[in-house]
Design a protein around this ligand. Structure first.
Ligand code: XBP
Ligand code: MG
Length: 253
């Protein structure tokens, strides 16, 4: 029986990457007097490295030989901390909006008594800020468990964050559905034994989503239909709680 929905954050709840995280990274670089700039295309490539600190560290390793070896780790940490401050300010200013159908489905699922949880590689502060800013007052309390970077140092596609969330929920994999937007996120959920729905975005639409129950454009709104790209079909024009129960039961192992 379906009891819980576990959501990724970046790219799934909101298109945070291109106009949120990317901009915040660039602001942190500029503050530090560095002439580094991650354009939209380059950032898409860098997204293969999960985790912002790890992404900066990878960039330094592969593209900034002028930074002495012994200073790289500290620089990545410092830049990432400043980046987080910029990102939080941007959330506060309303720079990031939830994707179609997200607020609607979260609210419907909460009303229907489904447990809600988060499994993300970003930091807890970033998740809390987004949920507090983009959802109705008090909606943060809808989430029984938030698994974030602080809980799971091994980033997706490692299953660690999902495994921790499942433990804290005290539910089995078969009682949950995961929602992801990226191949690394999907691999993480599948490796934790979960079934997953993928909502693609511009950065991830060409990735390999083999193993997902259904791959769709977005969760859909009454005035903006969701499109199925592969996998189980939609009964109506959007994803609602009834649809989730149907997908879940038609895939019961
Ligand atoms: C998101 C990430 C994060 C964000 C940046 O992946 O990889 O690193 O890009 O956030 P997912 P931080 O959606 O699979 O969780 O800088 O806080 O890491
Ligand atoms: Mg994601």
């Amino acid at each position: 029986m379906l009891r819980a929905l576990i959501f990724d954050v970046d790219g799934t709840l909101a298109d945070t990457e291109r106009d949120g995280h990317r901009v915040a990274f660039n602001r942190a670089f500029a503050d530090a007097g560095l002439d580094w700039h991650w354009n939209v295309l380059r950032y898409g490539e860098l997204l293969r490295v999960a985790g912002g600190r790890e992404r900066i560290a990878h960039f330094i390793e592969s593209g900034a030989p002028e930074i002495p070896q012994g200073e790289r780790d500290a620089l990545a940490r410092q830049l990432h901390a400043h980046k987080t401050n910029h990102y939080l300010r941007m959330i506060d200013e309303g720079a990031v909006h939830l994707r179609p159908g997200v607020a609607r489905l979260l609210s419907e699922a909460h009303d229907a008594g489904l447990t809600l949880a988060i499994a993300t590689t970003t930091s807890r502060a970033n998740v809390v800020a987004l949920l507090e800013h983009a959802l109705p007052r008090g909606a943060l309390g809808w989430f029984t468990v938030i698994g974030a970077a602080e809980d799971a140092p091994r980033k997706k596609p490692d299953p660690q964050v999902y495994t921790i969330v499942l433990e804290r929920l005290a539910l089995s994999q078969d009682e949950c559905l995961a929602f992801e937007d990226s191949e690394a996120g999907l691999r993480s959920a599948l490796a934790a034994g979960l079934r997953a729905i993928v909502t693609v975005n511009d950065y991830t639409q060409d990735q390999d989503f083999g193993g997902a129950l259904s791959v769709i454009s977005d969760l859909g709104e009454p005035e903006k239909s969701s499109r199925v790209l592969r996998g189980l079909p939609l009964r109506g024009s959007l994803v609602n709680v009834e649809q989730l129960h149907e997908w879940h039961s038609s895939s019961t192992r």
